[in-house]
Write a protein that binds this ligand. Sequence first.
Ligand code: AMP
Ligand code: GLY
Length: 319
Amino acid sequence: MRILVLGTGAREHAIITALLREGSHEVICAGGNGGIAADVETVQIDQLNANLVAELAADRAVDLVVIGPEAPLVAGVADAVRDAGIAVFGPSKLAARIEGSKSFAKQIMTDAQVPTGAVTQVADYDQLVAAVDGQGGPWVIKADGLAAGKGVLVTEDRDAAIEHAEKYLGEGPVLVEEFLAGPEVSLFFLSDGETVVPLTPAQDYKRLADGDAGPNTGGMGAYSPCGWIVERFGSETAFTDEVRRTVAEPTIRRLAEIGAPFVGLLYAGLIVTDAGIRVIEFNARFGDPETQVILPRLTSSLADALMASATGALAELPP
Ligand code: AMP
Ligand code: GLY
């Protein structure tokens, strides 16, 4: 297959490494980095310019485009590639709102009865203070839109919670969410809009500094397998089956119902509480850094799985 991968991170390098391992693909990377450039051809292009990406894919006669980061998805790059008649692994602009808007994601979860933390959406300062004081700490404050990992604050400090929320109030609703206690785990699902197939769970090292200290981050590193999942659920498969049934399938079904079928990678960010599994976020793309530990564990073809997702053929894919 001839495959164009879009993105500049370690995530995209992990995807490209997994594709090259199959030995039969030609890979081009739009963006890239020093490590990627040592492995494949890289092309510099404005990744948010949907028409340019679609033109590049057409010029190079690629069979498949894989979009790594969320920003081009939210900007509608997958739509332009799909409109050009080229298979693309990555959701439409409409479906990518599952990551691009936390209030949209909450609405989908409510409609689909997916287990998640209780939430109050606030639109002004008075509503904010009422919501914060209406529940005890710790507080979980979330900006609605993409904020490059800086939109969420988990804090025991009431004033810090209010101050953080105020920064985002002008931009749209702010979510005051129930604090969920328990280990956090990422589980990725391939989706063709109808069928979902789980990959294997991974856990990020979330804190900035050594010894699990410092502020929360998007992940300083990751590991898989996660021994505690096997201990708690009996096997990785028992866990992935439960999340598929209670989270991924109802979410994908609901997105299809509202005319936003999700084709690509549905990333479920989960906390395993004493009361059960809860969703804390969805992303519309592979996780970074988790992809670096998940894809090396894949024993079947990544290219075939991505192509099957892009072309509505996941149900026929062998295990
Ligand atoms: P998010 O962008 O929604 O994944 O939030 C960023 C980080 O904040 C997550 O990775 C969690 O570590 C933490 N977090 C988010 N929501 C909650 C919650 N409801 N309870 C506890 N921690 C949370
Ligand atoms: N590792 C967190 C993320 O990719 O969003």
